[in-house]
Design a protein around this ligand. Sequence first.
Ligand code: UD1
Ligand code: UDP
Length: 373
Amino acid sequence: MKILVVMGTRPEVIKLAPVVAALRRRKGLRTLVCATAQHRELQDQMLKTFDIKPDFDLDLMRKGQSPDAIARRVQASLDPLLARIKPDLVIVQGDTTTAMAAAMCAHKRHIPIAHVEAGLRSHDLENPFPEEGNRVIIDHIATLHFPPTQKAKANLKKEGIKGPGVIVTGNTVVDALRWADKKIKIRPASADAREVLVTFHRRESFGAPLKGIFHALITLVRRHADLVLIYPVHPNPQVRLAAKRWLRHPRIRLVKPLPYLEFLRLMKRVHFLITDSGGLQEESVCLHKPVLVARTVTERPEIIAAGAGKLVGLSQKNLIYWATKLLNDKALHRRMSRAQNPYGDGKASERITSAIALWAIRARRTLLQKCRK
Ligand code: UD1
Ligand code: UDP
């Protein structure tokens, strides 16, 4: 049984690294990794952290790329690779262009697809764009679906995707966190400053919404003399240039993307988070840090329902209101920090591996029966 795991961006590497490790521990499965390098630097930074040496590197990133151009390059490079190595299963994760385009390539060659983190839905094709469309496409052509929660499984069922190939596993982000936790030593927070972690990179926020959010951040540091914002800036030029231009303040620290362990160390230290990131929403609830989600919708409603996060939208007023409340209202901060993690027990990768091993046995049996006939 030959399995090809395809990844290309920072979050895919983080969430697939525990899956690759679990698959490689299982006898009878041969696991190969193809890195598309949709994110050249961010992907490599994470591959190094998890000590993954890809078997294939498609080296696709171009500065200022569009999702469409990346999709075309994945198609052009991955299709001949699939023809050559003939995997029995292709694994993709999440909703990136890498995941969608790789799934399409596999589909066209009649190779079964397994989708890790299946069933997430914002129910708005424009938000996040193009990710919502990507995950819908992948789920409708995949054979094995690994939704992280019951809610994600229910989303699939509403679209007619059900049966033994849909297995709720928890989110592999918890597996990665558990692995990382053993390696992190926490530095205590400074007594004189309250630190807040900020990240932004979503395409639908570019332009006026991002400028508005940055303006709200400036207002917050001006109003709170002990507030320090730490912002590891995404290398996307649209984000980097906007941050440099609109976030000029001595207590707003713009830093380069941090290695995973360093980033988690920082996350454990800060008072709360302001973000539009998917992965950070999940990690914040796991690490008991309140999170303000600066997006109009989230495909991760479990965090809001658990009480760990507030969906503040892209409104400056809302963001300032909730950040001020979290800074002043200790009881609210405590309540949000104590929310239950809805993403499982850190054994998602083992469940995924067991489901794949079982599927492989059944697929083999079906093939043998066909041959006998
Ligand atoms: C992609 C994902 C998004 C995910 C995000 C994670 C899609 C459709 N979206 O965003 O879901 O949340 O990655 O970060 O796939 N760049 C570099 N070096 C890097 C990475 C990026 O220079 O290591 C720059 C490049 O100029 C690139 C730009 O950032 O053009 C944006 O990268 P891209 O892969 O297009 O990211 P998104 O599609 O915005
Ligand atoms: N992350 C990191 N260093 C950083 C910023 C983020 O290691 O400087 C990690 C973070 O812990 C999370 C993931 O990157 O697991 C989130 O990636 P991103 O926000 O780029 O993508 P998304 O999750 O929104 O798709």
